[in-house]
Design a protein around this ligand. Structure first.
Ligand code: NAD
Length: 419
């Protein structure tokens, strides 16, 4: 995994070098934004249920706060790795900038296997980790959120622990909280919904009818499953969907209600439970005959090996970093229209921002208010990226980077260097 993390970081840094060609940039500032601003590594003890004490390693990596407080998720996973955290923190900075919300980028995590831990152990781990990183987080400084294998309950423990030490309740220290503790309506579905909003914009731009369009989705978690349901609502046909163990395929469109029931009941996708469905592997899914392909699971799945066989007309990146730079070039040559991750999956951070704003102002917005604001921001951001795509004749990813990295560089230049 450490090697994979190093590769992902190299990819993230290479993307910055590529975009620098289009921007009037000071080499020193470029070096600064290719590195992280602040990195905290902590080793901390946790009392386990059997009476033993285990020491865990965790990180909070802060990439950039030139445009506003650091913002980014906390991940609990056995593969949590420093270099991968650095890359993910960097991507958060560009994502906040592309959609023009006043946040920077950060990421954090603890190397652990939450699937093998009891609820009590997870709570003790979370509370101690929060205490360890409390010197660098805060509602005006750095605001964590859920990521892989962390959820609203974990956010509630973080909020509570931080608040205990402050002596008063501080809901704005994390987003993705339960609704009862100041979470925002619409946060749970924001990323999947944002994937569909940006896909609709892409289809409109390409004159591709969404009615009946064939969609293949890799991943059936928060992003994949919610995107699938919104795709159905707008008239598209979800012909394939998968989880880590494999997927289901029906060229005429899957019965999504049966798919979701099966996933809920058995925690896997079984062809016998979904009428007309046949099994498909994760590798096959990416190469299916379809109009829209949505990788919504993990990084680095579209590579130079399979990119030549991708048949979709539009690739919408629900996951972070699903396409390698080599694959990007191949897709561009083939004329595949890519909606890049920092735009396609930005719905989550946008509604996280809404949650933070509501917490600071002690307001509760309605579902309609959240939905309208989200749609406006994503549609405007899509139009801004397309304008650069047309003007500079670059790929959509490069256009999004020109917009996002450009905004961050501008902030650095305006602020200047102290002293
Ligand atoms: P999740 O844990 O809810 O779901 C992940 C899904 O991917 C699961 O269905 C899992 O079975 C599947 N999966 C795991 N390993 C796989 C593999 N090797 N091959 C195929 N499928 C595999 O996670 P999520 O929140 O849906 O996040 C998915 C992606 O979207 C991640 O890259 C995440 O960083 C990105 N993302 C999520 C959000 C958000 O708000 N949840 C926001 C922005 C980006």
């Amino acid at each position: 995994m450490a090697q994979k993390g190093a590769q992902i970081l190299e990819m993230a840094r290479k993307q910055v070098d590529l975009v620098a060609r289009y921007l009037d940039v000071d080499q020193g500032i470029l070096e600064r934004i290719k590195s992280t601003k602040r990195e905290l590594t902590v080793h901390f003890p946790v009392k386990m249920d059997d009476g033993s004490v285990r020491v865990f390693t965790g990180y909070r990596i802060q990439h950039d706060d030139s445009r506003g407080p650091f913002k980014g998720g906390i991940r609990y996973h056995p593969d949590v790795d420093l270099d991968e955290m650095r890359a993910l923190a960097m991507w958060m900075t560009w994502k906040s900038a592309v959609v023009n919300i006043p946040f920077g980028g950060a990421k954090g995590g603890v190397k652990c296997n939450p699937k093998e831990m009891s609820l009590g152990e997870l709570e003790r781990l979370t509370r101690r980790f929060t205490w360890e990183i409390s010197i660098v987080i805060g509602p005006d400084v750095d605001i964590p959120a859920p990521d892989v294998y962390t959820n609203p309950q974990v956010m509630a423990w973080i909020m509570d622990t931080y608040s205990v030490f402050q002596g008063h309740t501080v809901p704005g220290v994390v987003t993705g909280k339960p609704l009862e503790l100041g979470g925002s309506v619409g946060r749970h579905e924001a990323t999947g919904k944002g994937v569909v909003i940006t896909t609709l914009k892409a289809c409109e731009y390409l004159n591709l009818p969404i009615e009946g369009a064939r969609v293949a989705i890799q991943g059936c978690g928060n992003v994949g499953s919610i995107a699938a349901q919104y795709f159905e609502r707008v008239g598209a046909r979800v012909i394939a969907i998968s989880d880590s163990k494999g997927g289901l395929y029906n060229p005429n469109g899957l019965d999504l209600r049966a798919v979701m029931n099966c996933k809920r009941r058995y925690d896997r996708l079984l062809e016998d439970e979904v009428p007309g469905a046949e099994p498909v592997t994760n590798e096959e899914l990416l190469e299916l005959e379809c109009d829209i392909l949505v990788p919504a699971a993990i990084e680095g799945v579209i590579t130079k090996e399979n990119a030549p066989r991708v048949k979709a007309k539009v690739l919408v990146e629900g996951a972070n970093g699903p396409t390698t730079p080599e694959a990007d070039e191949i897709l561009a040559d083939k004329g595949v229209f890519v909606v890049p991750d920092i735009l396609a999956n930005a719905g989550g951070v946008v509604v996280s921002y809404f949650e933070w704003v509501q917490n600071l102002q002690e307001l509760l917005w309605s579902e309609e208010e959240v939905a309208t604001r989200l749609e406006n921001i994503l549609k405007r951001s899509f139009d801004e990226v397309v304008a650069i795509y047309e003007e500079k004749k670059v790929t959509m990813r490069m256009a999004a980077y020109i917009l996002g990295v450009g905004r961050v560089l501008k902030a650095h230049m305006l602020r200047g260097i102290y002293p």
